[in-house]
Design a protein around this ligand. Structure first.
Ligand SMILES: Nc1ncnc2c1ncn2[C@@H]1O[C@H](COP(=O)(O)OP(=O)(O)OP(=O)(O)O)[C@@H](O)[C@H]1O
Ligand SMILES: [Mg+2]
Length: 319
């Protein structure tokens, strides 16, 4: 796991402290922030590492199949059950059970899962015997489970069972200092994987990486860099090859530039801020081009950005 920002140091520290215990961990964080990677790291540093790491995506299993996938079934439990099947929970015995997107688990199965967590036993579908399973439980969600509890979609008692040790994965835009580190890491890794001679980024691409809000977090960064390596020609990836402009915020900013371009703005005003936002977005963080558009020098542009506290694109989005 790459990272050197204060936010990630905190994550590493928590993982080191949480992994050796056997208590359930609930990992929260936006999509693409590395929740599964963190779960695997915890498994590898735990007393359960000799066992399997069994990952279940509660969002992608069809509701009708979840019970038999999780708990397994006995021969003859239902039509088509020609043989006994061991469920995923049983497979995770002495290992780690990773319940991904736990917020999507249907309510009736939340009840079954709770029973397993309380008693440490499961019963296969169509079976009578209780089978004891000891597994480390790690769950993950990108939704706010507390809100789901309020709306009656998630059981509060299950929530407390799962959320004994919370681990929050920070959004990429909150990892000060990690952006270039991660980008370099993925260029190196993906260029080798794809057999291409690409060694880094042009300065405008670096500026773009710093200012883009990365709504899809690390997963988005990986796919942008992979695409740039596949499509690009040179040894350095340029801002246009990163092709991050498809984001809605950019097109909103572009429209805004058209409507605000007639306005005269005063230093520090809201209009100045909008102009700045729009110009930088329009030119995909090519600051020279943005400065030219606004009829100011590059140095002035930087000073204006500083005045408005604009550095990252997350702050550049039109209000
Ligand atoms: N700190 C990191 N260093 C290196 N690679 C990382 C890091 N965090 C995440 N990744 C990589 O980013 C990708 C997304 O991570 P992961 O699947 O763990 O995220 P997630 O939070 O589970 O996302 P989703 O909500 O989309 O399932 C993976 O390829 C993972 O290996
Ligand atoms: Mg995931």
């Amino acid at each position: 796991m790459v990272g050197d920002s204060p936010a990630m140091r905190e994550v590493f520290d928590r993982i080191r402290r949480q992994a050796p215990t056997s208590a359930p961990i609930l990992i929260t964080g936006e999509s693409g922030t590395g929740k599964e990677l963190a779960a695997r790291a915890i498994h590898q540093h735990s007393a359960f590492r000799e066992g399997k790491f069994v990952a279940i995506n509660c969002a992608s299993l069809p509701a009708t199949l979840i019970a038999s996938e999780l708990f397994g079934y006995e021969k003859g439990a239902f039509t088509g059950a020609n043989n006994r099947k061991i469920g995923l929970i049983e497979l995770a015995d002495k290992g780690t059970l990773f319940l991904d997107e736990i917020g999507d688990l249907p309510l009736d199965l939340q009840g079954h899962l709770l029973r397993f967590l309380q008693e440490g036993t499961i019963t296969r579908v169509g079976g009578h015997q209780s089978i004891s399973v000891s597994a480390r439980i790690i769950s993950a969600t990108h939704v706010d489970l507390r809100r789901a509890i309020e709306t009656g979609q998630f059981r509060e008692d299950l929530y407390y069972r799962l959320n004994v040790l919370p681990l929050h994965m920070p959004a990429l835009r909150d990892r000060d200092g990690d952006l270039q580190l991660l980008a370099r890491f993925f260029v190196y890794k993906l260029a080798e994987e794809l057999g291409r001679e690409v060694t880094g980024f042009t300065p405008d691409a670096q500026a773009m990486i710093e200012t883009y809000p990365w709504p899809g977090n690390i997963r988005e960064m990986i796919s942008a860099i992979r695409r740039a390596i596949v499509m690009g020609r040179g040894t350095l990836i340029s801002a246009s090859e990163l092709a991050l402009e498809s984001l809605p915020a950019f097109s909103r900013a572009r429209n805004r530039l058209v409507t605000t371009s007639e306005l005269r703005y005063t230093p520090g005003s809201e209009q100045e801020r909008s102009m700045l936002q729009a110009a930088i977005s329009l030119h995909h963080n090519n600051f020279s081009a943005a400065a030219r558009d606004l009829n100011v020098s590059r140095v002035t542009l930087y000073r204006m950005m500083k005045r408005h506290g604009l550095k990252r694109l997350s702050h550049l989005q039109p209000k």
